[in-house]
Each structure stands twice: as C-alpha cells, then as structure tokens.
Design a protein around this ligand. Structure first.
Ligand code: KG4
Ligand code: ZN
Length: 338
C-alpha cells in the first residue's frame, strides 16, 4: 500500500511517500527556523502561511524523486493533532482534498503516535510490547505500548515538556531559537560536575516529570555568575545532565513497573546525544534494548506520519470527507488497531 504522509503541526513542513512493501520511497522537509528566529519562538500565523507556501512544492519534489504518479497513491495520512490549529488545518485540508480528488481513503494521524512509531522505519524495528519515552517540544510522556493504539500513559510532565524546558533555558542563557540543539552544543564545552541541579520528582514514586523548577534553578545560578562563555557552558552542561539523568531515572522506573525490556525513545529531545548514550547504558544494565529513530526522524517529519497512517489505513480505519483537526488530543483516546 503506497501512502502519502503530510506533517504540518508546528514549524516544519514534512512530506513522505511510504510503501508497505518497499519501505520509505522519498521524504522532504522544510524547516521554518529562520522564519521564526527573529521572534524567539514559533509565531502561529506565520507558521500556517508558510505551510501553505511549502506543502505543494515539497509534494511535487518527492513524487519526482520516487518516480511516483498521483494515480499510484492508495491512501493519504496527515497530522490531525495535537498542534497549532492553523498549521494543522493546512495539512489536513491539503491531505483530505488530495485524497478526495484521487478517490483514496484518508486518515488523520496523532502526531505523538507518529513519533512513537518512527523507530518502525528503521532496519531493526522494536517488537510490541515496549515502553516509549516521548520527549518533544510539547510533550513528555512515558507510555506502555502493547499495539498500535494500545497506549497506557505511565507518566507525563506536570508542567513544561522536556523540549520546552531546553528551549526556555536556552533563551534565558541568550541562545537563539530553537534553543534545545543550541544548548546541547554549548553543553559539550561545559565542565561536568561544576554545578549540580535537582533531579525533579525523583524523590517520590511514579513516572511523572516536572521541568519548570529545573529551568528556574539553572537561571538563578546563571544570574549570580559573570556572563562568561565558560560559565554559560557549565550551566548548560549541568542543566542537560539534570534533564538526562531525570529522564533516565523515570525510564528505569517505567521498565521496572512494567517488567518490559524494550525502550523506544522518540520526539525532538530524543535527538540529544547525551540522552541517547545514557539510555543505551540503562538498557544494557537491564539486559534490554533501546530503539531510536534515525536522528532526522526524531524531530518532526512526514515519514512518521505516512507510516502511522499506513498502520491505521491497512486496518480499515479512515476519515469521513469532513476536515477536522484536534489541537488538544490525549494519546490514550485513540482506538486500538488489531
Ligand atoms: O518533536 P519535535 O521536533 O517537535 C515537537 O513535536 O515539539 O521536538 C522539538 C523539540 C524542541 O523543544 C527542541 O529544542 C528539542 O526538541 N530538541 C532538542 C535537541 N534537538 C531538538 N533538545 C535537546 N537536545 C537536542 N539535541
Ligand atoms: Zn513532534
């Protein structure tokens, strides 16, 4: 089954062609980073307008790359939520309209389900069941995954998402948007152990997260220092270490609580090098295994949406001709497949 996937939930336009027999045929991404940089964060209206400009040219590009004709497409998947409503509406309207024109089924995909299933695009995909750590700009979740759509939330952030904490801390340290990768780069030059920030909520049971206090601790420490590059890098290093260690502690708990050995890590923060190394160690300690999407599929992309859409379309699920998006959409409200 050949599926066209479209992702427009935030500040990246991602499109992909996924074939269930041949795998990923082509994918393309346009990042809006430069567009939003001068505002220090995503401006929703600019995001929507840019998705309108970029989606069709990107689609033409991947059809050419994969040597695919519109008549070959057997289903269209687009991100239905969660995300920015205007941005979502662009992908949903284009996706739904193309499906209508081509007379094929369409499916609205949950963005976090897309992230969660992204490791399935790799050569050695994880088998169900597994524990998934989903850490993006909007969400921090630990989920028990028994099947596509069989999600039990084990823990989530009670305040900022992990990526949001990276972005806000980076901004306060004077780094430009998007702060997460910039802070991680800066942390490489930092001295480990010079500052010690709290590992929030690790002193009480459960798998919930809280990152806003950690951000405050980092900023308070930074404000007491001379604003030298060394001090800034040391603060970045301590902040990153605290986030990574907190996530590792919660992953260990989730694996213990479920008795599972497989850990999937996805979402933008899953691109963090130190987090990847730490969770690999954790999985090895426990005789288990950790699965990541390739780096470019940790952050937003169309390939994960095409794949997740295929899983649902292949199971017979599809949308009516109405176009509906859900800016808020709890992951455990999805119907199960199978
Ligand atoms: O999944 P994603 O691309 O978009 C959302 O669905 O939110 O995640 C973006 C988030 C941003 O907060 C970004 O700063 C963070 O992921 N991020 C990172 C790294 N790369 C992206 N955070 C820490 N280290 C990184 N290397
Ligand atoms: Zn995302």
């Amino acid at each position: 089954m050949l599926i066209l996937g479209i992702e427009t939930s935030c500040d990246e336009t991602g499109v992909a062609l996924y074939d269930s027999a041949r795998g990923l045929l082509a994918h393309a991404l346009h990042s809006q980073v430069i567009l939003h940089a001068e505002y220090g964060g995503v401006v929703p209206e600019l995001a929507s307008r840019d998705h309108i400009r970029k989606t069709l040219p990107l689609l033409r590009k991947i059809f050419r790359q994969a040597d695919v004709e519109p008549s070959d497409i057997e289903g269209v998947a687009y991100t239905r939520g969660p995300g920015l409503i205007g941005a979502l509406l662009v992908g949903a309207t284009i996706g739904r309209s193309l499906a209508w024109t081509w007379n094929v089924p369409a499916i609205g995909v949950h963005h976090m389900e897309g992230h969660l299933l992204a490791p399935m695009l790799e050569a050695e995909p994880p088998e169900f069941p597994f524990v998934a750590l989903l850490v993006s700009g909007g969400h921090s979740l630990l989920v028990r995954v028994d099947q596509v759509g069989g999600y039990q939330i084990l823990g989530e952030s009670v305040d900022d998402a992990a990526g949001e904490a990276f972005d806000k801390t980076a901004k306060l340290l004077g780094l430009s948007y998007p702060g997460g990768p910039a802070l991680a780069r800066l942390a490489e030059a930092g001295t480990p152990g010079r500052f010690q920030f709290p590992r929030p909520m690790t002193d009480r049971p459960g798998c919930n997260f809280s990152f806003s206090g950690l951000k405050t601790a980092a900023i308070n420490a930074w404000r007491k220092l001379e604003p030298t590059p060394e001090n800034r890098a040391d603060i970045a290093r301590a902040f990153e270490e605290a986030v990574v260690e907190t996530l590792a502690i919660k992953c260990r708990r989730a694996l213990q609580a479920t008795g599972l050995k497989r850990l999937v890590v996805a979402g933008g923060v899953g691109a963090n090098r130190r987090l990847r190394i730490r969770l690999l160690e954790l999985a090895e300690e426990r005789g288990g295994r950790v699965y990541y999407p390739r780096l470019e599929f940790c952050t937003d992309n169309g390939a994960m949406i095409a794949y997740a859409g295929w899983r649902r379309l292949a199971a017979g699920q599809m949308e009516s001709a109405a176009i509906e998006v859900l800016p808020r959409w709890p992951l455990d409200h999805l119907p199960a497949v199978g």
